[in-house]
Design a binder for this molecule. Structure first.
Ligand SMILES: [Zn+2]
Length: 255
């Protein structure tokens, strides 16, 4: 049974000692991982990481809203250059984070819009980080005429917001958050999503699932996360992997 982690930061320093991780992943059935950048300083390292396992690693390049203070407008030019050199499958991780200081909203939006325009020009999908700004984000991607879709990573919005994303060509990323007993609304959302509406993700090393008992989160947790989703959706784990992988390939590597 093969599977995909659609969002993990395996280039982070915390993984630099786990040399066998990619081999362990391959042996555990991992077909592919998507590693998104977070700032311009990470473009080079994400590209280098891909070079270690080109047939297992996809990359996305972008400027993450959480790290706004690291970004300067010149980084948008660097993004353009890296797209030419490195052929990422998507632009990301980009988005809007309205849990941060409201004084940052305008600047967050400028970087987001600039990067959606870049994605549009290259016909690339986007990998989205969004907290408390789903309606704003949808409105702007629509206004820009962006139609390449993407992943709404770590989604925890409402069913209605999920539906709007699906209608606009996005799918939602499901990960460790739904493994917690308290995640009642997430369980209902997971059951509600259509078969072609989600991808699996860990957001490693963040978003540690309940069963990991504080151990560092890695993509090796994907099959267990899929087990929870299978349970909520009354489908088999094989079905969950298959559906998620189909959505991944449909959006990231359209034929
Ligand atoms: Zn991330």
């Amino acid at each position: 049974m093969s599977w995909i982690d659609s969002h993990c930061h395996l280039d982070f320093d915390v993984f630099s000692d786990s040399k066998s991780l990619m081999t362990d992943l391959e042996q555990a059935g991992c077909e592919r991982v998507l590693v998104p950048a977070i700032t311009a300083q990470y473009f080079q390292r994400v590209v280098s990481f891909q070079g270690t396992r080109p047939n297992m690693v996809d990359i996305a390049l972008g400027l993450h809203p959480y790290f706004l203070e690291s970004h300067v407008p010149e980084h948008l030019n660097q993004l353009e250059q890296w797209i030419q050199q490195a052929s990422p499958v998507a632009i990301g991780e980009i988005g809007l984070d309205y849990m941060l200081d409201p004084n940052s909203y305008d600047s967050q939006l400028e970087y987001f819009l600039a990067q959606v325009s870049i994605a549009k020009n290259h016909a690339l999908p986007i990998v989205v980080h969004c907290r408390k700004a789903h309606d704003v984000l949808l409105k702007h991607t629509k206004q820009l005429g962006f139609h390449s879709g993407g992943f709404i990573h770590g989604f925890s919005g409402s069913q209605q917001q999920a539906k709007k994303y699906l209608d606009s060509g996005f799918v939602v990323g499901l990960g460790g958050a739904l493994t917690y007993e308290r995640a009642k609304a997430m369980k209902r959302l997971v059951a509600y999503l259509p078969d072609d509406g989600f991808v699996l993700e860990t957001d490693s090393p963040d978003m540690t699932p309940s069963f990991a008992n504080g151990a560092i989160n890695t993509p090796l947790n994907i099959p267990q996360i899929a087990g929870y989703i299978a349970n909520y959706r009354k489908q088999s784990i094989e079905d969950i992997h298959k559906l998620s992988s189909e959505s991944y390939h449909r959006i990231m590597q359209p034929s």
